[in-house]
Design a protein. Structure first.
Length: 434
C-alpha cells in the first residue's frame, strides 16, 4: 500500500484525471473504430479503393482540424481544445449509426476527423505542461498504457457486439466521450503557460506554423518517420477486411487481435520505455521501424489466426519502441510557446500517413492482389528504418534523460505539483490513431 501511495504521489493529480479519462474514452471508442472500414465496406458494398478514399477524406479533415487545434490550444488553453474535440467526436460516432450512403460516411468521418485533433493535441499539450523534459517519456508511456487498458477491453467486446449490431457500439462510444468531456469541465484546471509574446501572437496561425516549418530538425525527423506510420497503417486500416475476405475471420477475431495489442501495451509499455532509455533514441526508433516492416510484410504468409496473433505481437513491440520515443523527440524540440503547434504537426503526420496509405492499399488490393498492400507496407517500414538511422536526438532526450530520471528515483523525485510549473514539456498521443 505504501508503494502504491508513493507511485500515486509521484505524478500530479491532474495527470491521473488524464489517465482515467483516456482509459474510459478509449474503452468506448475502440468498440467501434477498429471495425469502421469493415463496417463501411459491408454497408456500402463498394470496391475497397472507395473505402480507402473515405479514410483519406477523414485524414484530410484531420489536417484541417490540426491546423486549427495547435493555435487554439496555444491561445485559449488545453482544456477547451479537449472538450471541443470530445463533443465533436461524440456527435460523429452517434451519426455513424444511421449512415447509409457513401456521402453520409464522408460527412461524418470528416466531422470526426476534424474534431479528433482538438482532443489529441490538447491532451498531449496538457501532459507536456505537467512534466519537466526528463520525465516526459515516462508520462507518455503511462498515457499509452491508459489508452491501451481501454483498448484491451473495447475491441473484444465491440467485436462480438458488432457481429450482431453496430448501433449500440456507436452509442456507447459517444456516451463515453461525453462523460470524459464532463469530467474535464468539472475537474480539470488549465495548464497553458503564459506566452512571453502574449496571446495575440499565438493567434497568428499562418505565421506560427511557418516558424514551425522552418525547424529543419523537426522536418527531417517527421519525413523519416512518415513511412513507418504508413507501414503500420496498413494493419490498422486493412487487416480487418483482409481477415474477413481472405480467411473468413470476422469481427470477433479482429477484435481479439486489437485487444492483444492493447493488453501488451498496457502491461509492458512502461517497462519497455524504461529499458529503452538505456539506448540511443535513434536506435530505438530504427528497431521499432524494422519490427513494423517485419510484421506488416509477414501478413502475406499468414494462414491461420495464430499467425496473425504473432504478427500483432511483433508489431506491438515496434509500436512500444517507436511511438513514445517519437513523441518525446518532438516534445523536446518544441519551444514552450509553440508546443501546441509542434504537437499538432506530429499529429498531422500521423493523419497524413493514414491518408496516404488508405488509397494506396485499396488500389494495390483492387489492381493487383490482396497480398500487394502488405508487400508495400513492409517496404515502407524498411525505408523508414534507413532514414531514421541518420537522425540526431534533440537536447534532453536519450541516455542523459534516463540517468536523470533514475537519479531522481534514488534520491527522491521533486514534488509533482511543484514540478508541474517548473519545466518545459511536451505531449504524447495515445489515440492511436489510431
Amino acid at each position: 500500500m505504501d508503494r502504491f501511495r508513493r507511485w500515486w504521489r509521484r505524478y500530479p493529480r491532474q495527470f491521473w484525471l488524464l489517465f482515467g479519462g483516456m482509459t474510459l474514452s478509449m474503452a468506448g471508442t475502440s468498440m467501434v473504430w477498429p471495425f469502421l472500414v469493415l463496417y463501411a465496406s459491408r454497408r456500402l458494398s463498394v470496391p475497397l479503393t472507395q473505402i480507402g478514399f473515405l479514410v483519406t477524406l477523414q485524414g484530410l479533415m484531420s489536417l484541417v482540424g490540426i491546423s486549427m487545434a495547435g493555435p487554439l490550444v496555444d491561445a485559449w488553453g488545453r482544456k477547451i481544445g479537449m472538450v471541443m474535440g470530445l463533443v465533436g467526436m461524440a456527435t460523429a460516432y452517434a451519426g455513424l449509426s444511421f449512415a447509409g450512403t457513401w456521402w453520409h460516411f464522408a460527412v461524418l468521418l470528416g466531422l470526426g476527423g476534424c474534431f479528433a485533433p482538438f482532443f489529441r493535441v490538447g491532451g498531449d499539450a496538457m501532459a507536456t505542461d505537467l512534466f519537466p523534459p526528463e520525465r516526459r517519456e515516462e508520462a507518455f508511456a503511462l498515457l499509452r498504457m491508459a489508452s491501451n487498458v481501454g483498448i484491451a477491453v473495447g475491441p473484444a467486446v465491440g467485436g462480438f457486439l458488432a457481429a450482431s449490431s453496430y448501433q449500440w457500439a456507436f452509442y456507447t462510444a459517444a456516451f463515453t466521450l461525453l462523460v470524459y468531456a464532463l469530467l474535464l469541465v468539472l475537474l480539470a484546471r488549465e495548464t497553458r503557460p503564459q506566452s512571453p509574446y502574449g496571446p495575440a501572437s499565438s493567434q497568428r496561425d499562418v505565421k506560427g506554423y511557418l516558424q514551425v516549418l522552418r525547424d529543419g530538425r523537426l522536418l527531417r525527423f517527421l519525413g523519416s518517420a512518415l513511412p513507418a506510420w504508413m507501414s503500420v497503417g496498413m494493419i490498422w486500416i486493412f487487416l480487418s477486411v483482409h481477415l474477413a475476405r481472405e480467411h473468413g475471420l470476422g469481427e470477433q477475431y479482429y477484435g481479439l487481435l486489437i485487444s492483444t495489442n492493447a493488453f501488451l501495451v498496457a502491461t509492458l509499455q512502461f517497462q519497455v520505455t524504461r529499458y529503452a532509455q538505456r539506448f540511443s533514441p535513434r536506435n530505438v526508433m530504427v528497431v521499432g521501424a524494422l519490427l513494423y516492416a517485419i510484421s506488416v510484410g509477414s501478413v502475406i504468409w499468414a494462414r491461420v489466426f495464430v499467425h496473425f496473433l504473432l504478427i500483432i505481437v511483433v508489431m506491438t513491440m515496434g509500436e512500444m519502441l517507436l511511438a513514445p520515443t517519437a513523441s518525446a523527440w518532438v516534445a523536446n524540440l518544441a519551444p514552450p510557446e509553440q508546443r501546441g503547434r509542434y504537437m499538432s504537426t506530429l499529429a498531422l503526420m500521423w493523419s497524413l500517413g493514414a491518408g496516404l496509405v488508405s488509397p494506396l492499399g485499396g488500389w494495390l488490393n483492387d489492381r493487383f492482389s490482396p497480398q500487394a498492400p502488405w508487400v508495400a507496407g513492409g517496404a515502407l517500414g524498411l525505408l523508414s528504418a534507413c532514414l531514421l538511422a541518420y537522425q540526431h536526438p534533440p537536447e534532453g532526450l536519450g541516455f542523459p534523460a534516463a540517468v536523470s530520471s533514475a537519479t531522481q528515483e534514488r534520491t527522491g523525485s521533486p514534488d509533482p505539483e511543484k514540478g508541474c510549473s517548473s519545466g518545459r514539456q511536451r505531449l504524447k498521443h495515445p489515440v492511436d490513431a489510431r
